[in-house]
Design a binder for this molecule. Structure first.
Ligand code: NAD
Length: 320
């Protein structure tokens, strides 16, 4: 069985092994593949199995790779695949639903702690010799903030939202959760479901953990930001499209939003003219919340298990 990985580098830049998949067939791994359909068609060639993380597989590609029987998405989100066409052509599509929950929750708290203490900036200042010139035993260059007793609004209370809430509660934060559906068994003294308006009004920190859909696109916009507390902190480890970036830039520059920390932007890799790039009080990381070695190892295992299950005709993690 011929198998091709179109863009394997971010999953395995060299610190993991493809052995699990190699045992199941003849595997060719490309670090990256140009997104043009012509190149993708040529790269897939006569393979029966293809793996993609971000390389799109639209109708134009799927209809011109007649041997293809299986698409393994190297991620949770599968919006890059034309699922309807894949189904029409009897191509099975699988994804990896839950591999990075703890890593993303941990990273979310990392961003929050960075906004509270500016550890990176203070380290830089010390390394630049500022402490050696200090008149006092300590100095700080930014306001520092304690979390206990503050309120964190979580938009999207699924796997990552709930895992984040658990850690946040250990820091003494009270959680206001907003989700499409509600599981009231998750409520407690320090965690309550609210409607979006109340979440905006009462939160000191707002963290986004819902998927990017038509109804969540641009949910952080000028109108909704005007309902928030002055100086609120915003965290986005979900998808860049949830935020109207030019409007957030204005809100950061005016101080309406006190600080923002985002791991994702609307177009990745980030464009030079992204309005957040020069915004005041903004931390940006290059979509790394998922990328711990532990979570990539977990993904590699699930990707192999998905293919093994397909080979033994008991497929799992199917996109229907
Ligand atoms: P999940 O499906 O477990 O949770 C998402 C929650 O959002 C669900 O409870 C769902 O009911 C809710 N939801 C859906 N639409 C909604 C709406 N319109 N309003 C309110 N709630 C809505 O997903 P998850 O595993 O927690 O992942 C959350 C998001 O995190 C993913 O969609 C993905 O975009 C992002 N993510 C980012 C990284 C990263 O590296 N930065 C890694 C993994 C996942």
């Amino acid at each position: 069985m011929n198998m091709v990985v179109l863009d394997g580098y971010t999953l395995n830049p060299g610190d993991l092994t493809w052995e699990g998949l190699q045992q199941l067939g003849d595997l060719k791994v490309y670090d990256r593949t140009d997104f043009s359909p012509k190149t993708v068609i040529k790269t897939i060639g006569d393979a029966e199995v293809v793996f993609t993380n971000k390389v799109p597989l639209p109708k134009e590609v799927l209809t011109q790779v007649p041997n293809l029987k299986y698409i393994g998405v190297l991620a949770t989100g599968y919006n890059i695949i034309d699922i309807e066409t894949a189904h029409e052509l009897n191509i099975l599509v699988t994804n990896v639903p839950d591999y990075s929950t703890n890593s993303v929750a941990q990273f979310t708290m990392g961003l929050l702690l960075e906004m509270c203490h500016h550890i990176g900036d203070h380290n830089k200042a010390v390394m630049n010799g500022e402490w050696t010139k200090s008149l006092d035993f300590c100095f700080w260059n930014t306001p520092l903030m304690e979390l206990a007793g503050k309120t964190m609004g979580i938009i999207g209370f699924g796997r990552i939202g709930q895992a984040t809430a658990k850690v946040a509660q250990a820091f003494g934060l009270n959680i206001l959760a907003y989700n499409r559906s509600k599981d009231y068994s998750l409520e407690s003294e320090t965690c309550k479901y609210v409607e979006l308006e109340e979440l905006f009004k009462k939160s000191d920190i707002i963290s986004l953990h819902c998927p990017l859909t038509e109804s969540t696109k641009g949910i952080i916009n000028k109108q909704n930001m005007s309902k928030m507390k002055d100086g609120v902190m915003l965290i986005n480890t979900s998808r860049g499209g949830l935020i109207m970036e030019a409007e957030l830039r204005e809100a950061l520059d005016s101080g309406k939003i006190g600080y923002a920390a985002v791991d994702v932007v609307s177009s990745e890799p980030m464009k030079k003219d992204n309005p957040l790039l020069k915004a005041k009080n903004c931390i940006i990381t290059p979509h790394i919340a998922w990328a711990t070695k532990e979570s990539r190892t977990r993904m590699m295992g699930i990707v192999s298990d998905n293919l093994k299950a397909y080979i033994s005709e008991k497929p799992i993690n199917i996109i229907r």
